[in-house]
Design a protein. Structure first.
Length: 141
């Protein structure tokens, strides 16, 4: 009987240990948009744009709760702004909502563990023509 209890105890212990959660490590190499990304290049009408040092400090931070924190500049000298938007990622389409009436949509061209490339194809109810689209390239920080 003692041996049976010992065997049962070992079996329970092994079962508990084998069921421990390793979810944090299992998907660590799969690409995800979550995290902070810094702008490294911008392409308009097929041409690389000459980005200022200020522009190269812009970041996007995608959170798991569907919020996006944009850190950007509109002016020189470097005057930065931070805004919180909502985002939705459905397959290869990224939708960013600026308030209730403004939404921008992007084709996700590249999403890896270190690189994100998105092309703006829709803005405020209008689909942009091919030669009026901007591609934004980011690296994960």
């Amino acid at each position: 009987m003692k041996k049976l209890n010992l065997l049962l105890g070992i079996l329970i212990a092994v079962t508990i240990l084998s069921c421990s959660s390793d979810d944090d490590d299992s998907n660590s190499n799969e690409p995800t948009i979550l995290g902070e990304w810094i702008l490294v290049n911008q392409i308009y009408d097929g041409q690389n744009e000459n980005l200022s040092d200020c522009k190269l400090q812009e970041t996007l931070t995608f959170n798991s709760d569907g919020t996006l924190i944009s850190y950007y500049t509109d002016n020189d000298p470097c005057e930065f702004f931070t805004e919180i938007q909502q985002y939705e990622l459905n397959g290869d389409e990224l939708k960013i909502l600026f308030g209730q009436n403004l939404d921008f949509r992007f084709n996700v061209l590249t999403l890896s563990t270190t690189e994100l490339s998105i092309e703006n194809f829709y803005r405020n109810g209008e689909t942009l023509e091919e030669n009026n689209r901007t591609i934004y390239e980011y690296e994960k920080i």
